[in-house]
Design a protein. Structure first.
Length: 107
């Protein structure tokens, strides 16, 4: 008998390597899960979508950023009118506020 000397480390080394491999696998799954969860919480995957890339809607210097309200604001207003949450007079007032252009700087 070699009593742990020579080639191989016996069952202790095998168990240690199995345990370390398992830990590495678990760590990898956790990291991948964290990346996926973070991307899904942002609502759009891997950094794409509104507000996540230069030149997107609302980006500084974008020509459409100051052009008026977003279509979704007017859409929501129209939905509220359709559901009866607001009357036509409130709709007209709110639509005028949404579509009014902001005065430029004076001076």
């Amino acid at each position: 008998m070699m009593h742990g000397y020579g080639y191989g480390g016996g069952s202790g080394m095998f168990l240690l390597m199995a345990f370390l491999s398992f830990l590495l696998l678990v760590a990898g799954v956790l990291v991948i899960g964290a990346v996926v969860m973070r991307a899904s919480r942002r609502g759009g995957g891997w950094g794409h979508g509104p507000g996540r890339h230069p030149g997107g809607p609302g980006a500084a210097g974008a020509p459409w950023a100051a052009a008026g309200p977003s279509p979704s604001a007017l859409g929501i207003l129209e939905e509220r009118l359709a559901r009866g949450e607001i009357d036509i007079e409130a709709y007209r007032t709110l639509r005028a506020e949404l579509t009014r252009t902001q005065p430029g700087p004076t001076g």
